[in-house]
Design a protein around this ligand. Sequence first.
Ligand code: COA
Ligand code: ZN
Length: 302
Amino acid sequence: MDKPKIHLTDVTGRDGFQMEKEWIETEDKIHILNRIIGSGIKRIEATSFVSPKAIPQLKDAKEVVRELHRDHVEVMALVPNLKGAELALDSGVDVVNVVLSISETHNKKNVNKTVSESLENVTAIHHLVRDQYKKLNVSLGTTFGCPFEGLYHVEKVSTIISKLHSEGINQITLADTTGMANPTQISRFVETLTKQYPDIQFSLHLHNTRGMGLVNLYAGYHAGIRHFDAALGGIGGCPFAPGATGNVCLEDIVHMLDLMNIPNDPDMNKLIHTSKELERILGYKLSGQVMKAGLANEVVPV
Ligand code: COA
Ligand code: ZN
């Protein structure tokens, strides 16, 4: 029997670029994102519509969205509030991704709101998005734990999801913002939440902060998750969480999935090529491993 397919969302343009201190030219951002789209990815989180004081790197959100090649890809953007959602929809995004954190401390630092204020925001944004026949995704930052508050039990997360579920929200991302989750915890969370909310499409957003990114992805897949976020070259992180580092690396995931015959969309070689281009643009060594080592099933000439 065929193995179930994995759907990957590329978050290089948002989670990846938001962590870069040096300004990346808008045309370079557009070039890289269009290359990623050209690799066959079906959903891309291209940018965020947030305060330019909070994330100066993404102040060109509108220009970036305008120049993307849109034929076979859904363009998503992260927003922290109603204003962000209005700007994102005006710019023509297909999916609005509202962020809020499970952690009160992180939510305050990240979006300057209490969790309950952020939940009220979600309701207002949901109505706006629905009226325009677009899609809404809610990303739950620090789902598995927060550097300021420690690791969480699934009950805490389920309480917040039940509020979103009662609003009719059906796409939720469980984000391990600072790479604190382990495979056992991932399995427990996924099994519990998918049983409690069978009509919600959950995705996993994993960071490789402590080297558990790929193994957490595999644990999530085994537990039934079919949608995952990833960033080219393993770049990224949240500037408002201490010690945050890169996302699980997109091309390293595809390399593993291809070897395991797990169906997925992007073309491996195109991604590696683009990751090397990104490395030249950013001007430092990226943490992606396959881009350095080469493919496991390619023989090196003697
Ligand atoms: N897009 C652009 N500008 C925005 C905005 C948005 N979505 N939301 C607010 N602003 C502007 C306001 O117009 C105001 O501008 P002004 O100072 O020129 O008048 C300024 O930002 C402050 O607005 P306010 O509503 O008081 O926000 P705040 O200072 O409480 O900050 C957020 C709240 C949510 C706007 C800010 O914390 C933020 O953008 N956070 C995003 C964090 C992030 O992206 N983290 C990484 C991803 S997880
Ligand atoms: Zn992230």
